[in-house]
Design a protein around this ligand. Structure first.
Ligand code: MG
Length: 390
């Protein structure tokens, strides 16, 4: 069956998801045309990508890199600069589908703008839903667009729910690799270095999400993301540690039957599925070899050791601006950890202090969750600049 070629904007094309997305698209040239590519500051890679895919527009957020980018893009590619350009490009008529793989809260405004411009969204920026899940899901309904998750867990759940429209799930079970400190005693958490935290056992990803995987905050954010995508309350969303990362998540139904989606930990699988949904197309790569796999193991995460996971459940239960506060505090804390300014252990403490502050309010309106983000960033920075020894 021949399908029309779709025009795609990839926000964050030089990151891990962006690079994997272009690998997928490279193999489906008759299906996708790249209209827009963007980067924060990696203009060397963006220029290479532009030479290969010939987008109409590229965006760089770091203004100081614009001159060198202008010199290296092909003729016919326009260079735009700055955050507002991300909003401008998703509105373009030559964009049908926006793949948002920006990191953190910065992804929210482009997601909202894409929906309001009636563009379908392939979402890797989970923070859009964590921070503003109520507003974003309401906009998706209002504008009648499709929002398909790229996150492997949510892609798995979506696949398990296919054909089950009449059977609401009893429980969602998100799997987690457990990260590099699964077996590290909590007494040693104070000595964890940045280098150790960046060594993820199964997935190769950007720095922010790798630290979030080490604290299990990534799974906490995914619980919130799952709540907004699939409409289940927090007490019906479980997390189970599965170090092999072969089962990407599961759905339990009312009769006790469980459906799981399996595959090798390769982001190209959920990316391609989000782009071609509901169709499946061939994809080169490894295949699960069950005899070689030999065994799969599962256990309950220790929420007192991985405090961030519990804090995410707490924030979801409180609602209102709490998830926005959780996310902003985490972004500031992780950046401070990566910069050597606070210890690994201090990350959940800073988040907990922000969640206990007056910034948490009951409104989940877009303007209020955005304000809560900004207030939390200021608040958390005062917490660690006051205490040099963290
Ligand atoms: Mg994930």
């Amino acid at each position: 069956m021949s399908r029309a070629c779709r025009n795609i904007a990839i926000l964050g094309s030089t990151g891990s998801i962006g690079r994997n997305s272009l690998e997928v698209i490279r193999n489906l040239p008759e299906r996708f045309h790249v209209s827009v590519l963007t980067t924060y500051s990696n203009v060397e890679l963006l220029a290479e990508q532009a030479q290969e895919f010939h987008p109409a527009v590229v965006v760089v957020l770091d203004e100081s890199k614009a001159v060198s980018l202008r010199r290296s893009v092909p003729k016919g590619t326009t260079v735009l600069i700055g955050k507002d350009a991300l909003l401008e490009v998703v509105r373009r008529d030559d964009v049908d589908l926006v793949l948002n793989s920006l990191v953190g809260f910065a992804g929210l405004r482009p997601t909202v703008e894409a929906i309001r411009s009636r563009k379908n969204v392939a979402l890797a920026n989970k923070e859009s839903l964590v921070v503003a899940g109520a507003a974003v899901t309401a906009l998706v309904q209002e504008y009648g667009v499709r929002l398909v998750p790229i996150d492997s867990e949510h892609s798995a759940i979506m696949q398990c729910l296919l054909g089950e429209e009449a059977n609401p799930p009893a429980k969602l079970i998100l799997t987690a690799s457990g990260g590099p400190f699964l077996h590290t005693p909590i007494g040693e958490f104070g000595q964890i270095t940045v280098e150790q935290a960046l060594r993820h056992p199964n997935w190769k990803m950007g720095h922010k999400i790798t630290i979030d995987s080490a604290t299990l905050m990534n799974k906490g954010l995914e619980v919130i993301e799952a709540h907004w995508l699939f409409g289940l309350p927090p007490e019906r969303i479980d997390v189970v540690i599965h170090p092999q990362s072969i089962i990407h998540s599961m759905v339990e139904f009312v009769d006790g039957s469980v459906k799981a989606q399996l595959g090798l930990p390769d982001m190209k699988i959920p990316i391609q599925y989000a782009l071609t949904y509901p169709e499946r197309l061939p994809l080169n790569g490894g295949r699960v070899n069950f005899p070689e796999l030999h065994s799969m193991t599962f256990f309950t995460p220790d929420r007192s050791k991985f405090r961030c996971l519990q804090l995410a459940y707490d924030a979801l239960a409180v609602g209102g601006t709490a998830p926005s506060v959780l996310n902003a505090a985490n972004e500031v804390a992780v950046e401070a950890f990566l910069g050597g300014r606070v210890s690994f252990q201090r990350i959940p403490e800073l988040i907990e202090e922000a969640l206990a502050s007056q910034i948490v309010r009951s409104s989940s309106a877009l303007a209020d969750v955005v304000d809560a983000d900004h207030e939390t960033r200021k608040f958390v920075r005062t917490l660690f600049s006051e205490r040099v020894l963290s």
